[in-house]
Design a protein around this ligand. Structure first.
Ligand code: ADP
Ligand code: ZN
Length: 736
């Protein structure tokens, strides 16, 4: 029946009319149906999964008011502003309101004028509030951040216990509890504490497809930060540090470089914290350098970068902190700067914890983070398995998740026999009592006082690896540890020892090959970015308009439109209101309120840039990207024209060969002619690859299919280059 309240067309209409979206995200639709059928629900969905919609949309369908319990006072106002901006009658009740405001909101609620009312949990302890509730026509209760009710969770809030009796006193009202982090134990606890009535459980995948995970070794951390921020000027970023002092120093330094950065930590006074937080949300301070205290109250959808300047305490916190990136579903980066020294620093504090069990727990958690940092396999898959998410990407894309540094970094094997033996001998000769730093100093011939005092400068191994850097030695040591040839002893001072397997290796005359990331620069981006085909200049212009409107209305910028909507506009360049209404995130009210203003801006832009107003939006923007990056493509093209091969160009430019190949593909697909004469494989090999390409369906065939046909004999890059050659030759023939 098409007019039943839970029918799909009806729900899709509401989704478009109010929220401006065309499709539900995974599970949203099932959850909403369950709520509308007045059943209880327990929803476990990662940050950014779209939990709010699961109660906001039913609220519009149901007769009375939907109560939303949320622990974060700072967040409520933004949520309510956002709802008002799409035409939903919403208000909040918390201690931030004056008595007068409180009365006004209560009156509206009692008169049935509100669809959604946000309430902070401590309200429920007040006798007056219970009376108020008993007069309300409540149609749905949503408990957000529901893990706060459980002592087993990481964020227990005693106030949440006030909700215990609520379920009984509202026996006809459906409840929905939502959280992003819940182990099975916490899940059960939520159900028990809230007294949920045989709730249906919805557990979404924890895979955040739009996040790119990367671990880099921490070298010159500040420079690494600047590089990352430089390529993302004006975009929101959170940098997590270990100490308060560090957050302040880094924030000041970054601010002086013009990044508009602010610090945030629990030691600052409430007013300063509020300023940082509000400035971050409004976009005034795009960069926040924070201790982990920052984030719980942050519901900013367009954070493009989260950096861990120090190691997180556990994988749970890592997942949660990185989860603050890209809530709007757009590609975002999570970069962890890893150094073994940071680990010791944290251990120092852990060792001061009195309770032995707790100390052990913290150590174990930290070790798990170290394991994660040293992974040689897909980081995404590891995280997902860690959280028991068996929907982890598997098998697809040649086992490449396309969103972590391990998967997207070409690796190379190298003969590590000699250096491995040197490292292991030195560990043994110094008595297996030292950490990697000391061992490495001895290997490199250091003459520090300590080395002399210990007599390590007269050992036969002293100075036998002078041609290696400390980092290189550490890297090999990590690999040896991963191979089980040496082990770490995590005492107060971490020491290295050689395992039985390692001792056997030292005696035998076998070679050892280890795999390490290629030393050339990595291809900067992965899958996600290549699909972003929109006009970057138009996007910037629309962002400015958005900021102006947000300032005039005193709301955060994303309340006007999210980045996802602006990108959609910058890709489609709508000309009419009806075209504009099809932009993602444009509902009826925003169409009416902002449609003309944004259309005018887009029209201005198009008439000022007539070359971009071609019919085919896609080609236009790709061309645009080629032009933007013109210099880098042009440089590649020039070097190729001088007769250099791809490898030589890569070497000369300090880029990965794969990157050069991508340049070539980009230029060829845009009809540019590129000299491939020095880069093509030998003639008979060419023939084999060409045959495979045609057998798989021609130049537009999927690479993976061609690869299956050619087998191990050729690399991806070989196939890509031959394919580009075919495309280019075909184009030339078509032109004649
Ligand atoms: P969560 O509370 O689970 O972290 P939110 O409810 O804040 O996530 O939603 C995250 C973002 O996704 C918001 O910007 C929201 O507008 C957007 N969103 C939610 N549902 C959809 C949908 N069906 N289509 C497109 N965007 C959506
Ligand atoms: Zn991966």
């Amino acid at each position: 029946m098409s007019d039943s309240p839970t029918s799909k067309p009806m729900m899709l209409d509401l989704l478009k009319q109010y929220f401006g979206y065309d499709r539900f995200r995974p599970l949203q639709e099932e959850i909403i149906s369950n709520v509308l059928e007045k059943q209880d629900s327990l929803v476990i969905m990662p940050t950014g999964g779209g939990k709010s919609l699961c109660y906001q949309l039913p609220a519009l369908r149901l007769d009375g008011v939907t109560l939303v319990v949320s622990p974060l006072i700072a967040l409520m106002k933004d949520q309510v502003d956002g709802l008002k901006a799409i035409g939903v009658k919403a208000e909040f009740l918390n201690s931030a309101l004056t008595l007068g405001e409180m009365d006004r909101v209560r009156g509206q609620a009692l008169r049935g004028e509100l669809k959604i009312l946000y309430v902070s949990p401590e309200r429920f302890a007040l006798a007056g509030f219970q009376t108020f509730l008993s007069h309300l026509n409540v149609s749905l209760v949503a408990v957000d951040e529901a893990h706060c009710i459980s002592e087993w969770g990481h964020d227990f809030r005693p106030d949440y216990r006030q909700l215990g009796g609520l379920r009984r006193s509202m026996s006809d009202v459906p409840f929905i509890a939502l959280t992003a982090t819940a182990t099975p134990r916490v899940r059960d606890d939520i159900v028990n504490q809230l007294g949920l009535n045989d709730p249906k459980r919805f557990v979404a995948s924890f895979n955040r497809e739009n996040l790119n995970y990367e671990v880099r070794s921490k070298r010159n951390a500040f420079r690494q930060l600047v590089e990352m921020l430089e390529s993302r000027r004006g975009q929101s970023a959170i940098i997590y540090c270990y100490s308060r002092k560090e957050t302040e120093e880094i924030a000041v330094d970054l601010d002086q470089l013009g990044f508009r950065a602010r610090a945030y930590h629990a030691g600052m006074d409430a007013e300063a914290r509020r300023r940082t937080q509000e400035g971050f949300i409004s976009g005034e301070f795009p960069v926040v350098v924070a201790t982990i205290a920052f984030g719980m109250g942050i519901d900013k959808p367009d954070v493009r970068l989260v950096v861990h300047h120090s190691m997180p305490k556990s994988l749970e916190s890592y997942y949660q902190e990185t989860g603050r990136a890209g809530r709007d579903g757009l590609p975002s980066d999570c970069v962890l700067l890893y150094s073994y020294g940071d680990k010791s620093r944290q251990e120092y504090f852990i060792n001061r914890v009195e309770n032995q069990l707790e100390r052990q727990r913290l150590t174990d958690k930290l070790d798990e983070v170290v394991d994660f940092c040293q992974l040689q396999t897909c980081r995404r898959r590891y995280l997902l398995h860690y959280f028991g998410d068996e929907s982890a990407p598997n098998g697809s894309m040649e086992n490449n998740c396309q969103g972590c540094d391990v998967c997207s970094t070409p690796r190379e094997e190298f003969d590590a026999t000699v250096i491995s033996k040197k490292i292991m001998s030195t560990i043994i000769r110094t008595g297996e009592r030292f950490g990697i730093t000391h061992v490495s100093n001895v290997l490199r011939g250091g003459r520090s006082q300590r080395i002399r005092e210990l007599g390590h400068d007269v050992l036969s191994v002293h100075g036998i690896a002078r041609d290696y850097s400390g980092d290189e030695i550490k890297e090999v040591a990590n690999l040896l540890s991963a191979e089980g040839l040496i082990y770490r002893n995590n005492e107060e001072y971490p020491t290295l020892g050689v395992t039985d397997k390692g001792r056997r290796f030292l005696k035998e005359r076998k070679q050892i090959f280890l795999s390490r990331p290629k030393t050339v620069e990595k291809p900067r981006r992965t899958k996600v970015d290549r699909h972003v085909e929109y006009d970057a200049d138009l996007f910037e212009q629309l962002r400015e308009l958005r900021l102006k409107i947000a300032r005039e209305q005193g709301v955060p910028a994303f309340v006007v439109f999210g980045d996802a909507s602006l990108r959609d506009m910058a890709a489609k360049a709508p000309k009419t209101l009806s075209e504009f209404s099809r932009i993602s995130g444009v509902g009826a009210l925003k169409l009416e309120q902002y449609g003309e203003q944004f259309l005018a801006e887009i029209r201005d832009f198009v008439s000022a840039n007539p070359s971009r107003s071609s019919q085919n939006g896609l080609t236009r923007s790709i061309n645009r990207n080629v032009r933007r990056e013109g210099s880098t493509y042009a440089e590649t093209r020039n070097l190729l024209a001088q007769g250099l091969s791809i490898l030589q160009v890569a070497h000369q430019r300090g880029l990965a060969p794969g990157t050069i190949t991508s340049h070539i593909e980009m230029m060829v697909s845009n009809g540019m002619n590129v000299d491939l004469s020095s880069s093509l494989p030998r003639k008979e090999d060419m023939g084999k690859i060409e045959a495979a390409i045609y057998q798989a369906g021609g130049p537009s065939a999927r690479l993976s299919e061609v690869m299956e046909l050619v087998g191990d004999e050729f690399s991806y890059d070989d196939v890509r280059i031959v394919r580009a050659h075919i495309t280019q030759t075909n184009d030339a023939q078509n032109r004649v």
